[in-house]
Design a protein around this ligand. Structure first.
Ligand code: AHZ
Length: 312
């Protein structure tokens, strides 16, 4: 038997039978020693489906026109989202992350060790987000990289104006002609082309599976150094002849690499800001390995550049 509840949802009348525990316990303490009579509030499977799909498709609708798209939810992308979400609650910010788990390479410090090192002055970012650390003089140590990523992620996800679409890959960039005197074929970036990552991984063994799109006047790419998904946007800029070539990431030099990444965080072509390790591929900067201050502060700078571009 199917009935309609006050919200217009179809509910099964049978649900009214087993509601013994419903509405009884208001706190966890009230549940103590009540497990024999315990039941969850009733549910019908379609309610669960609708609770998820209604929100997801509303989000797809809302963010089809975004103010800013951030590609990649690694340490740099999340730091960028944190700064932007906090500074501008009026902007619609979509984060597109290819992996199921956001966080990129920031769940561990280095060589699968737990602790995460950040050189000063990146401690200022940790203070702002509220991540505790040990102060070792010129650098600080978060006891587990996952504590940094989980705290940052929780703050970013709580912003009402930020939506994370994970398990979703950016497959291409949307462009519009923006000819200049030096380059009549110049373009500006006007959004991203997306697909479920599992679909994106099967273009060579399935027939055409067309993508979806998000329009945005500003895209911030933080896809990390080259790899199966990494350095995505800057490689595409080369193949669409908007960059002559990539410099290629150089060997590890912690002393110079971190300064270089922060200093070079910038708008590379109109409408596309690049931050984090993706930048090392553009300019041929060194890698820094397991020290993450540059990722946080590149995110801070990417957000600052983005706000300046938007206000232009
Ligand atoms: O899944 C990727 C990861 O979570 C995601 N990503 C890459 N390509 C994508 C695409 N669409 C959607 N086409 C995509 N998402 O981007 C995220 C990049 O995170 P990351 O942690 O690899 O990059 P980051 O620049 O934020 O941090 C780099 C961390 C490193 S690597 C390194 C070294 O080797 O020297 N040192 C540091 C600190």
């Amino acid at each position: 038997p199917v009935a309609t509840n006050g919200n217009g949802l179809n509910v099964n009348k049978d649900l009214s039978v087993k509601t013994a525990g419903r509405g009884q316990a208001k706190t966890l303490a009230e549940m103590e020693n009540q497990w024999e009579s315990f039941t969850f509030a009733p549910i019908r499977e379609s309610q669960v489906s609708r609770a998820m799909t209604r929100r997801y498709f509303a989000d797809l609708d809302t963010y089809a026109e975004s103010d800013i798209v951030i590609i990649g939810a690694g340490s740099c992308g999340l730091s960028t989202a944190y700064m932007l979400g906090k500074a501008r609650p009026d902007l619609k910010i979509a984060i597109i992350e290819a992996g199921v788990a956001p966080g990129g390479g920031a769940w561990l410090g280095g060589q699968l060790f737990s602790a995460m090192v950040m050189r000063k002055p990146a401690d200022t970012f940790l203070n702002d987000v509220g991540v505790p650390y040990d102060d070792e003089g010129d650098f600080v140590v978060v006891k587990h990289a996952a504590l940094f990523t989980a705290t940052l992620l929780a703050k970013v996800l709580a912003f009402p104006n930020v939506k994370l679409f994970n398990a979703t890959a950016v497959e291409d960039l949307i462009t519009r002609p923006a000819p200049t005197q030096q380059d009549p074929k110049a373009v500006r970036i006007a959004g991203v082309v997306t697909n479920w990552t599992l679909v994106a991984m099967h273009h060579d063994d399935q027939s055409c599976m067309d993508p979806n799109t998000i329009n945005a006047p500003l895209v911030i790419s933080t896809t990390g150094h080259d790899g199966p998904f990494g350095a995505f946007s800057v490689k595409r800029l080369v193949s669409m002849q908007q960059l002559p070539a990539l410099g290629g990431m150089r060997g590890l030099d912690m002393r110079s690499a971190e300064d270089a990444i922060v200093k070079r965080t910038r708008e590379i072509v109109p409408g596309l800001i690049v931050g984090g390790m993706e930048l090392s591929e553009v300019d041929g900067a060194n890698r820094m390995g397991p020290t993450f201050g540059a990722m946080a502060l590149s995110g801070v700078k990417a957000a600052e550049v983005a706000l300046a571009v938007i206000e232009e």
